[in-house]
Write a protein that binds this ligand. Structure first.
Ligand code: 4NP
Length: 157
């Protein structure tokens, strides 16, 4: 099993959106028995809550369901998961600071899409502050497609 964890600040806007979109792509590729998907936040403010309405609305508009609840990342996640993908540099730096000796490959989520030429930046701006859920969706959709391509190639699935 290949394990993929998306991480943002609160686990209510960006990382649940990525989890839902990536899970949908994995399902459609017939890879749900090979790739396991989850998300978490570095903060504890929203633990137990459903995703932000802006995230749920744009997912519904795109016919993707999501019923996960927010959780906080734990050190053990960094050994349990193969890929730990941070939505921005602040999140990446937090994970790296707390991840000495981790087994996972820990990178910025958009690294793969940037390498593929699908996006120009490498951070997903936080829609929590400016309601930019459309922009987040577009970036995350491209990020997930490039990530799945890369995993399929490097893991041979
Ligand atoms: P997210 O957005 O990291 O994409 O889930 C945020 C959600 C909540 C907060 C910040 C960012 N907060 O400060 O509560």
């Amino acid at each position: 099993m290949i394990r993929v964890l998306f991480v943002c600040l609160g686990n209510i806007c960006r990382s649940p959106m990525a989890e839902a979109i990536f899970q949908d792509m994995v399902n459609k590729a017939g890879l749900s028995s090979k790739i396991m998907v989850d998300s978490a936040g570095i903060g504890s403010w929203h633990v137990g809550e459903r995703a932000h309405n802006g995230t749920l609305e744009i997912l519904t508009k795109n016919k993707i369901s999501y019923d996960g609840r927010a959780r906080q990342i734990e050190r053990v996640d960094l050994d349990k998961f193969d890929y730990v993908l941070a939505m921005d540099r602040e999140v990446l730096q937090y994970i790296l600071r707390n991840g000495t000796g981790a087994q996972a490959e820990i990178t910025l989520f958009l690294t793969y899409a940037k390498l593929a030429g699908a996006v120009t930046g490498d951070e997903v701006p936080d829609p929590y502050y400016d309601n930019s859920f459309d922009r987040a969706y577009s970036l995350i959709q491209r990020g997930c497609a490039a990530l799945l391509d890369s995993i399929r190639q490097s893991e041979g699935v």
